[in-house]
Design a protein around this ligand. Sequence first.
Ligand SMILES: C[S@@+](CC[C@H](N)C(=O)[O-])C[C@H]1O[C@@H](n2cnc3c(N)ncnc32)[C@H](O)[C@@H]1O
Length: 207
Amino acid sequence: MKNYSTLVAHWRAWLRNPRAIGSVAPSSARLALAMVAALPADFSGNIIELGGGTGTITRELLNAVGHARLLVVERDPKLIDGLLSTWPELNTLHADAALLNKHLGDSTKAYHAVISGLPLLNMALPVREAIIQACFAVLPDNGVLIQFTYGIHSPVSAVSMARLGLQAERCGRVWNNLPPAQVWRYTRTSTHQVRKTKLITAETSSR
Ligand SMILES: C[S@@+](CC[C@H](N)C(=O)[O-])C[C@H]1O[C@@H](n2cnc3c(N)ncnc32)[C@H](O)[C@@H]1O
């Protein structure tokens, strides 16, 4: 989409559901690049983008990894139509991100990173945690969730991270965005992985 039509599509979506959109303007190209740069070095896996919207982050993800390695999840069907009119080959899933694991349950494709443009801070805590849990349910142990926020702290609180077995790292600040944003990367804690290994070992030895 061109700049002007992108803005109009964003505002229309905002009028339909202001809380789900959560911003007055689409993300800037700088923020989109910062999200891509937050992927681990030498990343070669498949990516899920949550909340594709009008496609600013989608564009940079397509530049970085191409169609075959990207799935865009979006809840607003009009925004899905807009994305597909720009990129007819785009893999899209019209779904609520909180149900991601249910939708991808029998998918044979493995995903290694989730890049989220969802307005997490506009969501009630249980919804926020359900979305994060759904993301990690489809990611391998070393999978990453990358999320931007307009807040000054991590959009996933320390309490939620402890509950979900996650750790956070701030990967960047982007001033050239309306409003300025921060990029955070979430991974599973090593204690979570140790606990999982112990569970598996205990299960195997009890057989
Ligand atoms: C802040 S906009 C971001 C759009 C675009 N990625 C960007 O950065 O400009 C948030 C997007 O997430 C979508 N969204 C909000 N809640 C969602 C949910 N639970 N599941 C899937 N998409 C959702 C909205 O429809 C909207 O397109």
